[in-house]
Design a protein. Structure first.
Length: 128
């Protein structure tokens, strides 16, 4: 497979106690935390790229996120987060992400931008 528009994947996750706003410190209610929804969205993007045949030594890093968290999900709810590569311009990749619950209700949506980087060069810039 090659890096091309339309690549897609989904992750399915059952909300647990460690996923709640209370647990991650982003709120004081026991529902799916927005930071955990974002992490699931990023995981779906990475899953879409898993078999894309990125050049050797390359990976992608997140650079921009636009996220709407629209519906609270309690512990025990299953969330499906699907990502699709909708824009590709050189090293820039933009994904459309949709999250739904067991009842196929919209939990959230996001636009996530990732950039293709050489892993070693990228990490070399992070050391001090």
């Amino acid at each position: 497979m090659a890096l091309e528009l339309g690549l897609q994947a989904a992750v399915v996750h059952v909300v647990g106690d460690d996923d709640t706003a209370t647990a991650v410190g982003s709120g004081d209610v026991s529902v799916l935390a927005t930071p955990r929804l974002l992490a699931l969205a990023e995981a779906a993007c990475m899953a879409a790229l898993a078999d894309a045949g990125l050049p050797d030594g390359n990976t992608t890093v997140g650079t921009r996120v636009e996220l709407e968290h629209l519906l609270a999900c309690p512990v025990g709810e299953t969330v499906r987060v699907a990502a699709r590569l909708d824009h590709l311009d050189g090293r820039l990749l933009r994904f459309e992400v949709v999250a739904t619950d067991d009842g196929d209700r919209l939990v959230g949506r996001a636009v996530i931008t990732r950039v293709l980087v050489d892993r070693e060069r990228f990490l070399a810039r992070t050391t001090r």
